[in-house]
Design a protein. Structure first.
Length: 510
RNA sequence: GGUUUCGUGGCCGAGUGGCUAGGCAGCGGUCUGCAAAACCGUGUACAGCGGUUCGACUCCGCUCGAAACCUCCA
């Protein structure tokens, strides 16, 4: 659907900053800027990485559908995160490099590639720009300098720290996450390098690198590396401007990461840079966050191959995607085999419904009476029923991207399709077309579900199946059930399911 | 301890001040050579205790329980 007119839709999004749903009004429509915190590439992507990627893919896809010109920026963090419990504030990437005797950039490249491969398989659209922190050291140094010039940072022994206490005299550090500065001052745990800070709540903008530290860059304050909140501030404003529309990320980044981004931009630029803050909730396993540090994560590769001890079977990328979209992005989502299996079956039903729709015979005009063909009997409930379904999909998306409600509406569509196939309801040609459009738009374009069957050999496969089913039909007509069942069982082993209906047999792949 | 959020039927998961979410599983039926699929029917679920209200699962308070963040994590 082409549609600048779609922008007339009133899209409401939940802004973490105000904790309310707000009408989405881009700063300079139709252009829209969106920045999302991407992965730190020092490990294989797991289910936790899939959540924000899919969540903001949904946002991206819907904004595009509405006709906005979106520039979507998602960073790759390949430098900058300090490891607190190791000496010298060693960089995470560098730690892995030493263990595996590889160059840090080799590690970053390897895992970034892995990330792309798995996000592609989840049908996550690639962002417009995927900047790397290591490629923006100059921008980060310039930003540190601006913050120093503005008087909200201080240098100690080649490191530069943000002066939270001074910043708080004019601005409100903690407004995004609801923290109170006094608590932060007293409750922040003692860390290495603490003695250099004036206050416990201060955070590093630039860290001096010890001689053995391999990831290092020259700066006005000596050789070192950027603090971990800095890259997002530097890269988001570089590519989206000083004030842009949407900043997204996981809820676990709210504090201190996003809180500090706000402070950095305020200090360096003179105003905040983000209009709408969006945060996705966590994926949990046994009620606990699935994360690297807890060691309870399951990688996407393990899901796809079924090779993790907690998995009863393999789950396809689309099952994972559908599973995530069945929950609202701001709810926690608990992993379990039962939930995943339910998602798998539900998705299969949805896709089967779409296939049935494509095969639905058009209603035959009733026999001519007096030279006039009677029009097909309209659906019970009136012609508007399919329109209502489409409206329900839009309403759901406009209400803070409520994908579970979209899915519920699509299931209602499947019910109607199947009833039509069973001849208990009649769909007009126009209604059939509209249903097809709803599925194409919402299931495939916006929810980003990919119909995994098909491909180059689809035409050959269709022809072969037609032939096989014709032969089987002959054996059925002579009540040769042995041959009939033999064909069905053999096909089942190839994951092709034969369904015998009143109008003959049909087939589907799993 | 503080901040933020949450507690919905066997499981997952929406939503709302009075009217069916939806999926999966179960049960009954229709269809079918058998099977699968599909369709129809089927569940007085909203942590507990108070309060506001004609009426609360939905608003307010308290209690209990859970999670995220306060240290790298999506």
């Amino acid at each position: 659907m082409n549609s600048t007119e779609n922008m007339d839709h009133q899209l409401y999004i939940h802004n973490t900053a105000s904790r309310k749903k707000e009408l989405f009004e881009p700063i300079s429509p139709p252009f829209t800027g969106m920045y999302v915190c991407g992965p730190t590439v020092y490990g294989d992507p797991h289910l936790g990485h899939a959540r924000p990627a899919i969540t903001f893919d949904l946002v991206y896809r819907y904004l595009l559908h509405l006709g906005y010109k979106v520039r979507y920026v998602r960073n790759i963090t390949d430098v900058g995160h300090l490891v607190a419990d190791l000496d010298e504030g060693e960089d995470k990437i560098a730690v892995r490099a030493r263990l595996e005797q590889l160059e840090p950039m080799e590690i970053a490249q390897y895992y970034a590639d892995r990330y792309f491969i798995y996000m592609d398989s989840l049908n996550v659209k690639r962002p417009s720009i995927e900047p790397r922190a290591s490629g923006h050291i100059i921008e980060q140094i310039l930003m540190v300098q601006k913050i120093l010039d503005a008087g909200y940072a201080y240098e100690v022994n080649g490191s530069v720290y943000f002066d939270v206490e001074k910043y708080s005299r004019t601005y409100e550090y903690g407004k995004l996450s609801g923290r109170v500065l006094e608590d932060l001052m007293s409750n922040t745990r003692s860390l290495e390098g603490q003695d250099e800070k004036r206050n416990a709540a201060d955070f590093a903008l630039w860290k001096n690198a010890q001689p053995e530290h391999i990831m290092r860059w020259p700066s006005p304050w000596g050789d070192g590396f950027p603090g971990w909140h800095l890259e997002c501030s530097a890269m988001s404003t570089k590519y989206l401007g000083d004030y842009f529309d949407i900043h997204g990320g996981g809820m676990d980044l709210l504090f201190p990461h996003h809180e500090s981004e706000i402070a950095q931009c305020q200090a360096a630029i003179g105003h905040e840079s983000v209009k709408y803050w969006l945060h996705n909730n966590m994926v949990t396993i046994n009620g606990q966050k699935m994360g690297k540090s807890l060691g309870n994560f399951i990688t996407l590769e393990e899901f796809f191959t079924g090779t993790h001890a907690s998995l009863k079977q393999a789950y396809s990328p689309m099952t994972i995607r559908f599973f995530i979209l069945q929950a609202h992005y701001r709810s926690t989502l608990d992993f379990s085999n039962e939930a995943l299996q339910a998602a798998e079956k539900g998705l299969k039903k949805l896709l089967a419904g779409y296939e049935t729709l494509g095969r639905l015979p058009l209603p035959l005009p009733l026999p001519k009476q007096g030279g006039e063909a009677s029009p097909p009997t309209p659906l019970p409930g009136g012609e508007g029923r399919i329109c209502d379904l489409r409206d329900a999909c839009y309403s759901a998306m406009n209400d803070d991207f409520n994908s579970p409600m979209v899915i519920a509406a699509l299931f209602e569509g499947v019910r109607i399709i199947n009833s039509a196939a069973d001849k208990t309801e009649i769909l007009t040609e126009a209604e059939t077309e509209m249903l097809k459009e709803i599925f194409d738009t919402f299931l495939f374009e916006i929810l980003g579900i990919k119909n995994e069957k098909g491909g180059d050999n689809q035409g050959v496969l269709d022809g072969l199946m037609q032939l096989i089913l014709a032969i089987r039909q002959k054996s059925r007509e002579t009540k040769d059930w042995g041959t009939s069942d033999q064909i069905r069982d053999a096909l089942q082993k190839l994951h092709i399911t034969v369904k015998d209906g009143k109008e003959g047999s049909s087939w589907g792949t799993e």
